[in-house]
Ligand binder design. Structure first.
Ligand code: HEM
Length: 458
């Protein structure tokens, strides 16, 4: 079968289906209280205005509340206390499903995507992917990441304000292409960059329209489909060439490692599985890390004392301090607002009995702004991560349990490497009068004005 047919069949198979028919049997009276406004308004509040809507609901209803979400009749019960978060993360994976909530990403990510599968399928995929993200593998990626960061940082112009988010997006994309896909050949990179960028930038409207196959003939849906066909064609070619690479055994990119893994029966990942996982890693790992890094540069730029400490750490090669800087920035500015599990059977969380079909969420925004868990929670104070102040299940930017972000270690390694390059090369400040607040872009929260900074060579 040619790659175009494979792509078209995936789009036909992976229509986003609203989560579980069992959701329809859930009644508001079975759940903790929450606002009564129409589900559409609550969904918009949750998706577009999460930074004030969710905290406002906590002030009104307390630590546990329910939100009605689209499609009408679905409910999300939101938790944030560490003991409740712990129960959600430790929930039986057969009951607490995570994949279903991501069904809308199906046509792009594919049916094998780690983000979309549950139960035994998830367990197998996770076991096969894990070795490419363990400590040993991460150390193997570090030099290439540092090299890419050096090239990027070397291009910056002194004294001219620029949006750090845009530059970090370009850099993290390059990291995915070269370190994850393992593509370093300039002509192949030139082919991949625009295709990948268009995939990352698919507008929300296109995602919502996938339930209607006829739309695929028109405008943005047709262009998305054509781009996917082309991207898949290149990815399948990269996979085929890599399978034949004489140096496969010694290569250190993620794809090469994935080509060598075997399950208990001696089977490896098929080309389609590899494609789905590569696109998943691309979409999950690119903008998230870029947003976290640009928030970090913003925080350092506006606090000269913190910037001086971070610079000292960078010069002294103190990776632990730089990691604490990154973690504190991710605490203050969570990139992903919450993690959600769909209940396949009745379950109890925080002493509350919940019916099958309900969704439970651990709110990252609320967990991170808890004064009880993080004293002086509005202050940027990286030291809290070095002084053992941050208790388990109170800092959860990467989710938790069997679904914890597989790229958490990768993004921290990448973040530290990038900060080291920036801070040993430049002093970072903010253009006069700069303020920032969060804006929602697709699923992630990014700095609204792009986290503008000014750099001066040291
Ligand atoms: C600052 C950067 C990042 C943040 C904030 C972030 C956050 C998250 C969160 C909240 C989840 C859901 C966890 C859960 O449901 O409990 C997740 C899952 C995932 N992330 Fe990340 N992520 C980041 C970077 C990355 C990177 C660099 C990669 C890969 C290169 C990656 C790949 C994934 C994958 C594949 C999953 C699905 C895991 C599973 O379901 O088993 N992420 N991430």
């Amino acid at each position: 079968m040619d790659s175009e047919t494979v792509t078209q069949q995936r789009f036909a198979r992976m229509r986003p289906v609203p989560v579980g028919g069992d959701a329809a049997s859930v009644r508001a009276s079975d759940l903790p209280p929450g606002p009564r406004m129409p589900g559409l308004l609550q969904s918009v509040g949750l998706l577009r205005f999460r930074h004030w809507f969710v905290p406002a609901l906590r002030r009104r209803y307390g630590d546990v509340f329910s939100i009605r979400i689209m499609p009408e009749g679905r409910y999300l019960v939101v938790f944030n206390r560490p003991e409740h978060v712990k129960e959600i993360f430790a929930g039986d994976p057969e009951v607490f499903h995570a994949g279903k909530g991501n069904a809308i990403l199906g046509p792009v990510m594919g049916e094998h995507s780690l983000l979309l599968v549950d139960s035994s399928q998830h367990k197998r995929a996770r076991r096969l992917l894990m070795p490419a993200f363990n400590g040993h593998a991460l150390r193997g990626y570090e030099d290439l990441v540092s090299g890419l960061a050096k090239t990027e940082v070397g291009r910056w112009h002194e004294g001219e304000p620029f949006e750090s988010l845009e530059r970090m997006n370009a850099l993290t994309l390059e990291v995915i292409l070269q370190v994850v896909f393992g593509v370093t050949d300039e002509s192949r990179l030139g082919e991949l960059r625009p295709l990948v960028k268009q995939t990352v930038d698919i507008p929300p409207l296109v995602f919502l329209g996938w339930g209607f196959p006829k739309l695929q003939k028109y405008g943005p849906w047709r262009r998305t489909m054509e781009n996917q066909v082309e991207l898949d064609r290149v990815i399948f070619r990269v996979i085929a060439e890599r399978r034949e690479a004489p140096d496969l055994e010694v290569r250190t990119d993620v794809l090469s490692r994935l080509l060598l893994v075997r399950d208990e029966d001696g089977g490896g990942l098929t080309d389609e599985e590899l494609r789905d996982q590569l696109v998943t890693l691309l979409l999950a790992g690119h903008e998230t890390t870029a947003s976290a890094l640009s928030w970090t540069l913003h925080e350092l730029g506006r606090d000269p004392a913190q910037a001086a400490k971070a610079r000292e750490a960078a010069v002294a090669g103190d990776g632990d301090y730089l990691e604490a800087v990154l973690k504190e920035s991710m605490r203050l500015h969570p990139v992903i607002p919450m993690v959600v599990r769909h209940l396949m059977a009745p379950a109890t969380v925080g002493g509350i009995d919940l019916p099958a079909g309900a969704n439970v969420a651990a709110s990252i925004i609320l967990a991170h702004e808890s004064e009880e868990s993080h004293p002086e929670h509005t202050r940027f104070r990286p030291e809290r991560f070095l002084e053992g102040e941050v208790a388990t299940n109170t800092w959860i930017p990467f989710g938790g349990g069997v679904r914890r972000c597989i790229g958490a270690g990768f993004s921290l390694m990448e973040g530290v490497a990038v900060l080291r390059e920036v801070l040993t090369t430049y002093d970072v400040t903010l253009p006069h009068g700069t303020t920032e607040k969060a804006k929602v872009r697709n699923i992630t929260s990014v700095p609204r004005h792009g986290a503008r900074i000014v750099v001066t060579r040291r």
